[in-house]
Design a protein around this ligand. Structure first.
Ligand SMILES: O=c1[nH]c(=O)n([C@H]2C[C@H](O)[C@@H](COP(=O)(O)O)O2)cc1CO
Length: 165
């Protein structure tokens, strides 16, 4: 019988196993505006190569600015998302379109001590909130980016950040 090996983060052969068990919380604007939904979709698609994305619906082009339809209302959405946030090993947020929900999720993620990557597109013509840019620290990364840099930035982030699974 083949002996069971311990999965080690430094071993490149173990990378696919590690990424399967890595849970990613992706945050992006919904009721704040869906202008960048195509970018959220690309990010979700790319993030799937690094783990399981718990919040794939954020990148769904069919989801409108009204948000999800829930029988028990917004409390169900809020409680489910906080559960996912708690379960997640890492948080990635696209923060270009200002969103109360994304800001709230990021604040909660900081309190939960999750590693966070925020992505901001400066060509939108707005300045990112100081409460996001100013939160920069060892566990909170803020990157200005262009859509064609997504792959490189995610690669860098996932290879350089300590993510506990
Ligand atoms: O229907 C929803 N489903 C949902 O998962 N969210 C969560 C995930 C998003 O990262 C974030 C978006 O917040 P907002 O809707 O305030 O832009 O909140 C938010 C809504 C609507 O507010």
């Amino acid at each position: 019988m083949k002996r069971r090996e311990t999965v080690k983060p430094g071993n490149p052969e173990h990378a696919p196993l590690l990424s399967m068990s890595r849970l990613i919380y992706f945050a992006g604007s919904i009721r704040g505006g869906r202008d960048d939904v195509h970018l959220y979709q690309s990010l979700v698609q790319e993030l799937r190569t690094y783990g399981t994305v718990l919040t794939e619906h954020v990148g769904d082009q069919g989801l409108s600015v009204q948000g999800e339809v829930s029988e028990t209302g917004d409390k169900e959405i809020h409680d489910r998302d906080l559960d996912w946030l708690q379960q997640s090993h890492v948080v990635v947020a696209e923060v270009t379109v200002p969103s109360m929900g994304v800001g709230y999720e990021l604040g909660r993620a900081v309190v939960m001590d999750k590693p966070v990557l925020c992505l901001f597109r400066p060509d939108c013509g707005r300045r990112l909130s100081a409460m996001i840019r100013g939160a920069k620290g060892p566990r909170f990364t803020v990157m200005d980016y262009r859509p064609d840099q997504i792959k490189t930035i995610l690669d860098q982030f996932f290879s350089q950040t300590q993510i506990q699974t």
